[in-house]
Design a protein around this ligand. Structure first.
Ligand code: PLP
Length: 220
């Protein structure tokens, strides 16, 4: 395994290269380093190398790891990329700076209430089940207009759309479809692309790529 700083520079270079191909600026793309399952000792070298945006998929795990890391380092932004239970909405709003997994009306209501109570606005991506997979989180494409309307009515700050394409298929058509849906709904943010496909996602308009194993190595 390479040094974290080397891996980080390599990924940033690949993002810049993909952006250039698409005639975009590299700084239009935020690299969200997905640190789920990795201990603070593994995360600290990436912070030292300049990475500031991190993603976790479980509220409890993030609550255990990040307050201490944030005390030691300025300017950390923490993103939630996993399924969120409505009863964890208050905890999520308190801890995270962005939520990538808004997927249903009940969660719109829970998050709106939590943001109101905390007096804190947390931008949310609406997660779309882009491949219509039975087991996947995310709202069905057919339900997206209503969910967006509900989120807007509840004054949830909308960051854009998020997806995880089907594992076994070529991801590009799914990224292109997500970009089209965002455009149709006047949304600019696109959270798409993981370790195996972030270059493709950037060429198709990703504003946030979520990269875990390519930065940290395989999860145990
Ligand atoms: C784990 C995870 C990632 C990162 O996956 P890698 O393949 O390790 O880069 C991205 N997005 C979500 C929603 C995840 O759960």
């Amino acid at each position: 395994m390479e040094e974290p700083a080397t891996l980080l520079a390599d990924i940033q270079h690949r993002i810049a290269t993909a952006a250039k191909v698409a005639r975009r600026q590299a700084d239009e793309v935020t690299l969200v380093a997905i640190s789920k399952t990795h201990a603070a000792e593994r995360i600290a070298p990436l912070i030292a190398a300049g990475q500031r945006v991190f993603g976790e998929n479980r509220v409890q795990e993030a609550e255990a790891k990040w307050p201490a890391l944030r005390e030691r380092h300025e300017g950390i932004a923490l993103h939630l990329v996993g399924q969120l239970q409505s009863n964890k909405a208050e905890d999520a709003v308190a801890l995270f700076d962005c939520i990538h997994s808004l997927n249903r009306a009940s969660l719109v209501a829970a998050l709106a209430k939590a943001m109101d109570k905390a007096g804190r606005q947390v931008p949310c991506f609406v997660q779309v089940n882009i491949g219509a997979e039975e087991q996947k989180g995310g709202c069905a494409i057919a339900d997206l207009p209503l969910l967006l309307a509900e989120a807007r009515a509840a004054q949830i700050p909308l960051a854009g759309l998020m997806c995880v394409p089907p594992l076994e298929l070529e991801p590009a058509p799914f990224f292109a479809l997500l970009a089209k849906l965002a455009d149709d709904h006047g949304l600019t943010g696109l959270s798409m692309g993981m370790s195996d496909d972030f270059d493709t996602a950037v060429t198709l308009g990703a504003t946030h790529v979520r990269v875990g194993s390519a930065l940290f190595g395989a999860r145990g």
